[in-house]
Design a protein around this ligand. Structure first.
Ligand code: IPD
Ligand code: CA
Ligand code: CA
Length: 264
């Protein structure tokens, strides 16, 4: 399989579907908003985007199955599976805050071999494939060399439905407010990860995420020289519902700080 070529095809597809999402945002009204759960929003645009992506990805690699956010009835592949978030940052999208993305990964067994994150409004496409560089709109990207949290800008996502770890989350947040350059909540986990890869953030952490939020971005971080683990340094972050992605240099300091609040 030519992973570079396949990645380029997925990049083009993301740009095309992203263009359609940009058009839909102006038409969207509150009556288009549906609830999948408490504070978990979705619109017809998420579903339309997913349908288009599934159709085209299916043509690119007919033997692959799908793990996609808006349809859990899609067939799984024996070896290959596309992991698709058709609109990451739906709450931003619905509130017309211009930061949301498309996230597409391809897994070969349990290994991610291709990842594309397209930030729809700035038209920045971040992508990587196994064994290749990490790129943004054709230019190589790399994580930063920053070695301490005190000089780091950190991204996170606030819990919005699973409040089981809210106390340790807030205690860590309070600590980081005082021990880093600041903490940002952009509203798209895929973009948070892409920004770590591009050297805009030193680190991103969040719990309660799904494979479609993280699979693509995590591969891009790794190919850009970063490190990705679960909260206590373990692998298995794609399906593991918690993630820390960093430039590698601040990873240990962060995990030690986190362990102080999140007892494993
Ligand atoms: C959400 C975004 C957000 C993160 C949430 C995700 P969605 O995805 O990635 O940044 O904090 O946990 O669910 O629902 O907009 O695709
Ligand atoms: Ca998402
Ligand atoms: Ca989504």
């Amino acid at each position: 399989m030519d992973l570079k070529l396949l990645t380029e095809q997925v990049v083009e597809l993301s740009r095309n579907v992203g263009q359609l999402i940009r058009i839909e945002v102006d038409k969207l009204s509150e009556s288009d908003v549906e609830y999948k759960g408490t504070h978990n929003l979705v619109s017809y645009v998420d579903k339309k985007s997913e349908d288009m992506l599934i159709t085209e990805l299916g043509k690119m690699l007919p033997e692959a199955g799908f793990i996609a956010e808006e349809d859990d009835q899609l067939p799984r592949g024996k070896r290959y599976n596309w992991i698709v978030d058709p609109l990451d940052g739906t709450t931003n999208f619905i509130h017309k805050i211009p930061l949301y993305s498309i996230s597409i990964a391809l897994n070969d067994g349990d290994k991610t071999v291709l990842g594309v994150v397209y930030e729809i409004n700035l038209k920045e496409c971040f992508y990587a494939w196994k064994g290749g560089p990490a790129l943004m709109n054709g230019d190589k990207i790399h994580v930063t060399e920053t070695a301490i949290l005190d000089k780091s800008l950190i991204a996170t996502g606030f819990p919005y439905y699973d409040y089981s770890k809210l106390d340790p989350y807030l205690a860590l947040f309070k600590d980081l407010m005082q021990s880093s350059r600041g903490v940002r909540r952009l509203g798209s986990a895929a973009v948070d990860l892409a920004y770590v890869a591009a050297g805009r953030f030193e680190l991103f952490y969040e719990y309660g995420l799904n494979p479609w939020d993280v699979a693509a971005g995590a591969l891009i971080v790794k190919q850009a020289g970063g490190v990705v683990t679960k909260f206590h340094g373990e692998p298995g972050f794609v399906f593991g519902k918690e993630i820390v992605a960093s430039n590698s240099k601040v990873h240990k300091e962060f995990l030690e700080k986190l362990a102080h609040y999140f007892i494993s």
